[in-house]
Each structure stands twice: as structure tokens, then as C-alpha cells.
Design a protein around this ligand. Structure first.
Ligand SMILES: Cc1ncc(C[n+]2csc(CCOP(=O)(O)OP(=O)(O)O)c2C)c(N)n1
Ligand SMILES: [Mg+2]
Length: 471
């Protein structure tokens, strides 16, 4: 009995040795615990390395969608550790990786502050340029009129895109309608570019019966199935992991499309951002992360948000290719997003774009930003660095735009929007019963009780409830 137990232990041990390369581990255990005094020890023995590689390869080849992407080998002759993921060179020099680079990551731009090209590159033709400019102007007018409507008490809330019109419109122009958009909230221009009408914007802001969200959300929480624009959620950064999941589905279905998700500098401090980047890199999915670094997360400046060189450098830590772009330069945004889309789809990889801009408006109608930042800072960005004016200078210098075209555009958009608002205001509100539908097939008892209680309260205190909401 004792003999057979010993024998079977021996058989199991030998079996493990050959299957898992235990020979390598037992002989070269010190390689796994490299300490400064052992940096000259030999790398892990070849049998283990080979077996480990084979094991990885067979895992990766059976049914998963991602390939084994390992780091490049190091030049022959160096002392190396063959670690899962690739070779790591040893060094006798104890040096910590610096927390900040000597120089900040550069910012890609095409147009200078005066709207003149630094290099001559004709990617965007006359027709597209004019359409882009018209959409930027429309966005500005939407912001002015909806903001005023909120001040007049006609809608409950609004949030402007001032200063970020180029990021909105130029990124949208570089995509196709099949690309799925997962927005934060300061990107209505992408939806505008895709054909969402001023009437549809107004219906949502007024929460009337024609609003696709049935009046359940605050103004500016747009969404449209038709335009592949996922409904905005107030909860910061939740869209990022959703975007990665959707990109994985595009990859599985071998679609010629990618996912584009937008977020702010503040959003990059959420755990969801880090999980999303890591997940996207590992799963090798076609997703473009566009960070609108506008300097502020409500009253929190970026200096209180992170100690890194902005957001762009975080891509490298997760193995995500990244670029920093001048967010006030529509051509730079267009070029970067266009190139990112090509790489994301053809190489199955995530891309991170950090667009530097400035939130010229208050965070929202619930904020007064002059309480926490100097008025001359706002004024400088609003006037000297305005992305719309800069783009206008470019199309004007090409002979594609004139003062006459400008006033015609502004007056027709203004007229159309005022009409849309007046109409949206008159449309009936969705019935109160909509508050309780579309989540449960059979509503639970507590929800039914709440509905009864709400109806009773409205009947008892009608003066406290809007008279135009059908009960
Ligand atoms: C999870 C979560 N935390 C906090 C908030 C409150 N909040 C709303 S917007 C915002 C700032 C976001 O800043 P940023 O991501 O930079 O976007 P920006 O408004 O500058 O476009 C915060 C903290 C929220 N909506 N969700
Ligand atoms: Mg911000």
C-alpha cells in the first residue's frame, strides 16, 4: 500500500513535470524572485518557457477572439527574464520610472490660432468644410436659445457646448453612421451632424409627448436609435464600459464599424474609465475614447483632478495607442478621428484621443463659474481661442464663405429653432402613467402603491403640479 502510494505520487509528479514544465521551475526557481543580488542568474529554462508558450497559444487559439500580442523580444546577449507577456531585460542600475516626463505630450494641430494651416494637407473638401461650419454655428445658436429658454423658466435645465463645437462636429464628420456613439452629455453636435432635427432637440428639452424618452429624463439627455446615439446618462463615465462591450459585439459580428465614446477630464477619474481602457486593450476591440479635456469638472480644475500629464498618457499604461489633439482646431480633430477610426477597425484596437479645449460656459444652468475661476480666463478662451471663429477664418481664406452667407445661415437657423421651440411647448406632455412603465413586465407591488399614492396626492394638491400633464 505504502509502495503503491509512493509510486503513484512519483507518476503524478513526472506527469506534471512533462505537462507543465516543472523541470524548469524546480531548477530555476530563483528566476521568479529576482532580487538586486541575483540579477545575473540565468533566465528560466527553455522547457518551461516553451511549455508556457504552448499553453498560452492553445488557450488563445480555442474560441477566443483575441490574439496573443506579446512585446517584442530584446536584443540577443542581454540578461533577460522571459516573463509571461514577453522578455524583460535585467539591469544593475536601480532606477525608478519617473512620474512625469521631461516634456509634456505634444498637441497635434493643423490650423494656427489665426485659422491658417501649419502644413498644407487637403483632407476636408469644400462641401464637407462648409457643412461642418454650418453645424458648428447651429450648435452655437441652439445653446444661446435653449439657455435663454431655461432662464425664462420654460425648460428646467440646460448645458452648453460653447468652446467644444469643433470636438463635437469635426469628430462626427470623420465617422460613418454605422459607428455607434456612447456620449457623456456635452456632445449634442454629434447627434445634430447625424440628422437629429431641431424639432427633435426641442421635444426632448420640453419633455413632451414626442420625446423618445417619454419625458422621463432631464433636458439634454438625448438619445436616438435611428442615429446610433445611445441615450445619455447623467451618471458620469458609465458609458465607457458599455462602449467597450458594444465594440466587442461589433468585432464578433465582423462589422465595418467602430464605437466612439466621449467623456470629460472629470470622467477620467472614475473607475469605469480605467476598467474600460484595460478591458478594451485586452479584448482588442474597435473603440475610440474621446476625452474632452476642457479644464474643469464643474468647479474642480484639472490640477485637482490628476497629477499625470493630462489624460493622454494614461493610454500607454493600459496598452492603448493615444494622441493629444488641439480641441479648438476642427481640422486636427477631423484628421485624428479619421485616422483613429481606420486603425480601430482594421487593426482591432482601441484608441484614446485627448482633445484640449476649454469649457467656456458655466457647467450647466445650475452653476455660476465666475465663483471659482477668473472672468478674464473665460473671456480669453471665448474670444481669442474660439474654435468656430478659427474654422471660419480658414474657410473664408479659401474663398468658401462670406459675410452674406454667415448672416443668411444665422437668421434661418434662429427662425427654425424658435419655431421648433414654440411648437414643442404646445405639444401635450406624456401621461403620468409613463413614469411606471417600461422597466417591469409586471410592476411589483410597491411600485403600484407609489402610483396610487402619486395620483391621490395630485388630486389633493392640484396647484402644486403642472396642469398640462395628463394624470
Ligand atoms: C458618478 C457621478 N459623480 C458625480 C456626478 C456629478 N457631476 C455631474 S457633471 C460632473 C463633472 C464632470 O466633469 P467632466 O467629466 O470634466 O465633464 P464636463 O462637464 O467638463 O464636460 C460631476 C462631478 C455625476 N453626475 N455622476
Ligand atoms: Mg471637464
Amino acid at each position: 500500500m505504502a509502495f503503491s502510494l509512493r509510486k503513484s505520487k512519483y507518476v503524478i509528479y513526472n506527469n506534471l513535470k512533462t505537462r507543465m514544465g516543472l523541470f524548469g521551475i524546480t531548477k530555476n526557481r530563483s528566476c521568479w524572485t529576482s532580487s538586486p543580488t541575483h540579477h545575473h542568474s540565468t533566465p528560466i529554462a527553455a522547457p518551461f518557457v516553451q511549455t508556457f508558450r504552448n499553453t498560452c497559444a492553445s488557450f488563445r487559439n480555442t474560441g477566443t477572439l483575441f490574439s496573443a500580442r506579446r512585446f517584442e523580444s530584446i536584443k540577443a546577449g542581454k540578461q533577460v527574464l522571459d516573463f509571461p507577456g514577453g522578455m524583460v531585460a535585467f539591469t544593475s542600475e536601480m532606477s525608478f520610472i519617473s512620474e512625469s516626463p521631461k516634456e509634456r505630450a505634444h498637441c497635434y494641430r493643423v490650423l494656427d490660432d489665426n485659422g491658417q494651416p501649419i502644413i498644407h494637407q487637403n483632407i476636408v473638401n469644400e462641401e464637407v468644410s462648409i457643412t461642418m461650419y454650418a453645424h458648428m454655428v447651429t450648435l452655437q445658436i441652439m445653446d444661446t436659445i435653449f439657455y435663454e429658454a431655461q432662464r425664462q423658466g420654460r425648460i428646467s435645465f440646460y448645458l452648453t457646448t460653447n468652446g467644444e463645437e469643433a470636438i463635437n462636429i469635426a469628430s462626427a464628420a470623420a465617422l460613418t453612421i454605422d459607428d455607434l456613439i456612447f456620449p457623456q452629455y456635452r456632445e449634442p453636435g454629434v447627434l445634430l451632424w447625424r440628422g437629429f432635427t431641431l424639432q427633435e432637440f426641442a421635444n426632448q428639452c420640453f419633455g413632451n409627448k414626442a420625446d423618445y424618452g417619454k419625458g422621463r429624463q432631464m433636458p439634454i439627455h438625448y438619445g436616438s436609435n435611428k442615429h446610433n446615439y445611445f441615450t445619455i446618462s447623467s451618471t458620469i463615465a458609465t458609458q465607457l464600459p458599455h462602449a467597450v462591450g458594444a465594440a466587442y459585439s461589433l468585432k464578433m459580428e465582423k462589422k465595418d464599424a467602430c464605437v466612439v465614446t466621449y467623456f470629460g477630464d472629470g470622467g477620467s477619474s472614475e473607475g469605469d474609465f480605467h476598467a474600460a481602457l484595460n478591458f478594451a486593450a485586452v479584448m482588442e476591440v474597435p473603440v475610440i475614447f474621446i476625452c474632452r479635456n476642457n479644464g474643469w469638472a464643474i468647479s474642480t480644475p484639472t490640477s485637482d483632478q490628476f497629477r499625470s500629464d493630462g489624460v493622454v498618457v494614461k493610454g500607454k499604461a493600459y496598452g492603448v495607442r493615444s494622441i493629444r489633439v488641439d480641441g479648438n482646431d476642427a481640422l486636427a480633430i477631423y484628421n485624428a478621428v479619421h485616422a483613429a477610426r481606420e486603425m480601430a477597425i482594421s487593426e482591432h484596437r482601441p484608441i484614446l484621443i485627448e482633445a484640449l479645449a476649454y469649457r467656456v460656459g458655466h457647467h450647466s444652468t445650475s452653476d455660476d463659474s465666475t465663483k471659482y475661476r477668473p472672468a478674464n480666463e473665460i473671456e480669453f478662451w471665448r474670444t481669442s481661442r474660439d474654435p468656430v471663429t478659427r474654422f471660419r477664418k480658414w474657410i473664408e481664406s479659401n474663398g468658401w464663405w462670406s459675410g452674406e452667407a454667415e448672416s443668411e445661415l444665422r437668421s434661418s437657423v434662429r427662425k427654425e429653432l424658435l419655431h421648433a421651440i414654440q411648437f414643442a411647448e404646445k405639444v401635450e406632455k406624456p401621461s403620468i402613467s409613463n413614469i411606471f412603465t417600461d422597466v417591469y413586465d409586471i410592476p411589483p407591488l410597491n411600485l403600484c402603491e407609489q402610483e396610487i399614492s402619486l395620483r391621490e396626492t395630485i388630486k389633493r394638491y392640484p396647484e402644486d403640479y403642472p396642469p398640462n400633464v395628463p394624470v
